[in-house]
Design a protein around this ligand. Structure first.
Ligand SMILES: [Zn+2]
Length: 645
């Protein structure tokens, strides 16, 4: 039998489904009450309902609720160990499980208050940017009892239903650091439905002590994962026997199976193929779970309001590690907008480390040029809002993207559709095929080992990578481009490849301002993603020759041509040291470990020398093995740890 609970004119109603007709019990009879009568009582009630129904309604004309809208309790187990293996691998921690997974069937208590019906909107967890779903099935307890054997536990099951364990992965990761179980990461919702299906209906799918039900999970009608419930490593009988140790199970208690492997988003994160991740759930996404014999749930995700903030307690043991950018600043180096010349502004974000990038604004008559957006949407919104007093009379008409990195492009989507986004062709190509925002999100949750994990959290944990849809250039150019914005002439020069495949600088000749993009890191170490380093040195010479007295770097305080000379000095020094090590026969890793940074050792993010030495070696010996970006990140963390700072 298939049982449903639906919203009737007179409140919640219970009925038996036959074909597409619902044969209802009298008002006031809840499925939970019927379950309490045991399997025979439930069957008898169903036969009575079909024989003399209180009302008969068409399934398509009623709103189905969860079959048991308020279960006495919900426990969710983790019976598919491949789910755990896939999760661990996705987070960079390998597929080998701790022995405990093989010794006890794990479970946690879920929240009965947030049960959702099969077609209800599903709210995101407040404060979460990484909303996920999990396709599971649930067994419903029909017979009260405790200390059950596996066989008794199996007999206690009165029905099955689909179970969606909505999960907030960022909150879950945060809480898991405390190792006291699941909390806000798991209580935004549990979907049950559309029916409670009694075991006799599922007999054709039974293989020994497992049900072999084919399942499919879809987001916006694209298949995310599929499999069979027969893959369970622990049977429901075993899980329920374990759960019942010393605890009385009551009719209506819900026991989830755990996620069928691949039927959740998080398993699709891949440290080696970040581009394949489908992205977390967003407002309006439709999640469909299909289970053979149990039906289908289909729900729209709805964004929740931000939570009321709670101030953190002061941590008496916290050791603040001050990161101060010591480079001389031509204008105060503080977060915000600074006018550096007549109607030319720099937006600076101390301290200039990973993601703390600068941008710029050049205003003319009735139009402005924006130079770059920022690393996430909140940062970019903050900047665009601060620019409003200027852009309300001189709206942004053009935006020049200096290069492809996310800290200069992720905010592009916040620009008005009418804004013409300009970029060098090489930049547009890299944006098209480069690192997805999810890759950065991964550095916030991935387990990269004891050294690199805290390093990655420290460097990337401050940013909010949710909601980013990369908007690419509307118009590209190859080397040079001169444009007029609000009557001002602006010269754009692509001096790459160096930092990336193409690196554009913006020269405003009427006031002598140069925006150098990431060809200039001031007071913090440059990083060579593309090279060759010699080309970057040439780019420095070209910038110096422009003779602009005011120089806005991509990272660090506003500077002057001396700042460009310092960057050139760093690059020449590292290239020379690396080459000397190469001639001595050192491996590139040894060269990075032993390099003497001299006067550049005090620049922030000194560990980037690892990448710079690696790039120099690749120039010297093209057979140097190519490394993934995450591997380079881990090596930077290890370098920093070895240097003891
Ligand atoms: Zn940057």
């Amino acid at each position: 039998m298939k049982w449903v609970t639906y919203r009737g004119a007179d409140g919640e109603r219970t009925g038996v489904l036959s074909g597409d007709m619902v044969y209802a019990m009298p008002p006031g009879v809840a499925l939970l009450d019927l379950i309490g009568r045991g399997a025979d009582g439930l069957r008898q009630a169903g036969e009575d309902a079909q024989g003399s129904p209180s009302e008969v309604v068409q399934l398509g004309e009623v709103t189905l609720l969860a079959p048991i809208p308020r279960p006495p309790s919900i426990r969710d187990s983790l019976s598919f160990l491949d789910h755990m293996r896939n999760c661990q691998a996705a987070l960079g921690a390998g597929r080998v499980l701790s022995d405990t997974w093989y010794r006890i069937p794990a479970f946690y208590f879920a929240c009965p208050v947030t049960v959702l019906g099969p077609y209800d909107d599903a709210p995101t967890a407040p404060g979460s940017a990484w909303q996920d779903f999990e396709l599971e099935i649930a067994a419903i307890i029909g017979t009260s009892g405790k200390d059950l054997t596996v066989e008794q536990a199996e007999q206690a099951i009165i029905g099955y239903t689909i179970f969606n364990d909505w999960s907030a992965r960022d909150l879950q990761r945060l809480e898991s650091q405390l190792a006291i179980g699941q909390g806000k990461g798991k209580d935004s919702g549990v979907t049950l439905g559309p029916y409670l299906v009694t075991p006799d209906e599922l007999e054709p799918y039974r293989r020994d002590d497992r049900l072999d039900l084919q399942v499919t999970a879809l987001v916006n009608d694209t298949v995310i994962g599929s499999g069979s419930t027969a893959q369970m490593d622990w049977s429901f009988g075993e899980v329920i026997s374990y759960v019942s140790r010393g605890v009385t199970l009551r009719p209506g208690d819900v026991i989830g199976s755990g996620t069928v492997p691949t039927c959740t988003l998080i398993e699709h994160l891949s440290p080696t193929a970040p581009g394949s991740f489908p992205g977390w759930l967003h407002d309006g996404d439709v999640v469909t779970l299909q289970v053979q014999g149990l039906g289908e749930t289909r729900q729209t995700v709805r964004a929740s309001r931000a939570p009321h903030p709670l101030p953190a307690r002061p941590n008496p043991d916290a050791v603040p590690a001050p990161r101060v950018n010591r480079a001389p600043a031509r204008v105060p180096y503080s977060r915000g907008l600074h006018e550096v010349a007549d109607r030319v502004w720099a937006w600076t974000l101390p301290d200039g480390g990973y993601g703390w990038s600068n941008a710029g604004l050049v205003a003319g008559d009735g139009g402005s040029l924006l130079v770059d957006t920022l690393f996430d949407l909140p940062l970019t919104r903050e900047m665009l809002t601060a620019m409003k007093p200027i852009t309300s009379s001189a709206p942004i008409t053009d935006a020049l993207i200096t290069h492809s990195n996310g800290d200069h492009t992720h905010g592009n989507q916040l620009l008005d559709q009418s804004v013409r986004i300009l970029a060098a062709q090489g930049t547009a190509d890299e944006i098209e095929h480069g690192m997805a925002p999810e890759m950065f999100a991964m550095t916030q949750i991935a387990d990269l080992g004891p050294v690199a994990t805290p390093y990655a959290r420290d460097r990337f944990g401050h940013f909010d990578f949710s909601g980013i849809t990369l908007r690419n250039a509307d118009q590209t150019f190859d080397r040079n481009l001169t444009i007029e914005v609000g009557g001002r002439q602006i010269n754009i020069l692509n001096l790459g490849p160096a930092h990336t495949a193409a690196d554009s600088v913006v020269h405003v000749p009427d006031v002598g301002v140069l925006f150098g993009g990431d060809l200039l890191f001031i007071g913090c170490s440059p990083i060579v993603w593309a090279g060759p380093i010699a080309n970057w040195v040439d780019a420095c010479n070209t910038m110096i020759a422009l003779d602009a007295p005011i120089v806005v770097p991509g990272h660090g305080p506003v500077t002057d041509p001396d700042g460009i000379r310092a960057v050139r000095g760093y690059l020449a020094h590292v290239a020379e040291q690396a080459e000397a090590a190469y001639r001595k026969g050192l491996s590139w890793a040894e060269a990075a470990d032993t390099i003497d940074l001299g006067e550049y050792a005090t620049w922030l993010d000194a560990e980037r020398v690892v990448v710079n030495v690696y790039q120099r070696y690749r120039e010297l010996d093209p057979d140097t093995p190519q490394l993934e970006i995450l591997a380079l990140l881990v090596m930077q963390a290890e370098w920093l740890a070895k240097r003891g700072s």
